[in-house]
Design a protein around this ligand. Structure first.
Ligand SMILES: [Zn+2]
Length: 403
């Protein structure tokens, strides 16, 4: 007999104080992406809290020398693994936490807990823990019979693919499911957002090479790189197309030196995002087609210096989302599939198997550390009560998945 939703919920309620105690220890430990000792300390705490669930830790160095170790926790099994994905790092340097007095703070008045990483993504880690705890209590076969891997990225907040490569090495024939525990909002107390697609991203630069000249005596001999580049920018910006969910953001512009020189060089950096890989590729081709000579004689060079693949969702993700929707109906909840423009590890790991994101707790103001009630500034927070229904939902869905 599968466990009743009410029994899972009671178990989640029973384990919540322990989950929050672990969460507090993790939040108290600064783990800004480039604070490698802090990342490693959070990694050890994470390994400790999952040890009681029978997970063996493996610490794997990041490719970047300034980053900490990725953490892989596993329980063996012969089947393809179910992959639980989280990250150890935050976006907050220790000095910023000190400057803004941004530390663990329980606020009974608004039923939330503030703190760096409390939802993004230490709360996600503890959602994995709580989900597996209640399964151990009420459906011990789930842990005994499934190959489970928890993969914790040391440097999710910066772009990089080495974590995905190390993860793929541990799933040589792919994963049964890739479950990403980024936070998930809840509407009207019952409607739990799930993330079923994320945009891909191109990082690009346009260089414009003009011709220098003395601005006082020989202006006519120069080719002004700034004005030549500026002529191009309206058509670059016009590539943004809401019908295609395509955005082009001109992010910075540099050019010229002192007042008495015709500038010989100017450049812009931009990022392009879309859900559909074909639309992203088309936009990239359009931008590269700007290369060559401008009417005024400047040379345009277009470079793509970074790319993150889109996670477009699709039938396998929809099937996973349906498993969660069914579980939600079993416990009186609903799910709402959503898409996001921002990146997560789902972009990098979706090739390993059916992927679903947004399985973490409900919180908000991720990446914010300032408090100022007058201007509405509130730092990152999580609703601790949101752990209980979401862990229940995740546990029921996992049981349906493993059937
Ligand atoms: Zn983040």
């Amino acid at each position: 007999m599968p466990p009743l939703p009410s029994a899972l919920q009671e178990a989640a309620t029973r384990h919540l104080p322990a989950a929050l105690a672990w969460l507090r220890r993790m939040v108290d430990c600064n783990s800004f992406t480039s604070n490698a000792p802090g990342i490693d300390a959070v990694g050890r705490l994470t390994a400790d809290c999952f040890a009681e669930l029978g997970f063996e830790p493996e610490f794997v160095p990041s490719q970047h020398p300034d980053h900490g170790h990725h953490l892989f926790l596993s329980r063996p099994g012969s089947s393809k693994p179910i992959l639980f994905v989280t990250h150890l790092d935050t976006v907050f340097p220790p000095e910023e936490e000190a400057r803004n007095h941004f530390y663990w703070c329980e606020s009974p008045d608004d039923a939330c807990i503030y703190g760096p990483g409390v939802v993004d993504n230490k709360g996600g880690t503890m959602m994995i823990w709580l989900t597996l705890q209640i399964l151990r209590d009420l459906a011990p076969d789930f842990l005994a019979q499934n190959h489970l891997i928890i993969a914790a990225n040391a440097a999710e907040e910066v772009i990089g693919s080495d974590f995905a490569e190390r993860t793929a090495e541990r799933c040589p024939s792919g994963a049964q499911a890739v479950l990403v525990f980024e936070g998930g909002p809840v509407e009207a107390s019952i409607r739990h957002h799930l993330v079923i697609a994320r945009k891909g991203r191109l990082e690009m630069r346009i260089d414009c090479f003009g011709k220098g000249a003395h601005a006082g005596s020989n202006l006519h001999l120069g080719i002004n790189a700034i004005t030549e580049l500026a002529h191009l920018l309206p058509q670059v910006a016009a590539l943004t197309n809401p019908d295609q969910n395509l955005t082009v953001n001109i992010a910075n512009i540099h050019g010229g030196t002192v007042l008495n020189r015709v500038p010989h060089h100017a450049s812009v950096e931009l990022e392009v995002r879309a859900y559909d890989p074909a639309i992203l590729a088309q936009a990239e081709a359009h931008l590269h087609a700007l290369s060559g000579l401008t009417p005024g004689g400047a040379q345009i060079e277009v470079t793509t210096f970074g790319r993150t693949r889109a996670w477009p969702g699709g039938p396998e993700t929809s099937a996973l989302a349906a498993t969660w929707a069914k579980a939600a109906s079993e416990c009186g909840l609903e799910t709402l599939p959503t898409t996001r423009g921002g990146l997560s590890d789902a972009n990098y790991l979706c090739a390993l198997g059916p992927t679903l994101d947004g399985l973490g707790p409900f919180g908000d103001h991720a990446h914010c550390s300032e408090t100022d009630p007058a201007s509405g500034k509130r730092p990152e927070f999580v609703y601790p009560a949101s752990f209980i229904p979401k862990a229940t939902l995740n546990a029921l869905a996992l049981l349906n998945l493993a059937k």
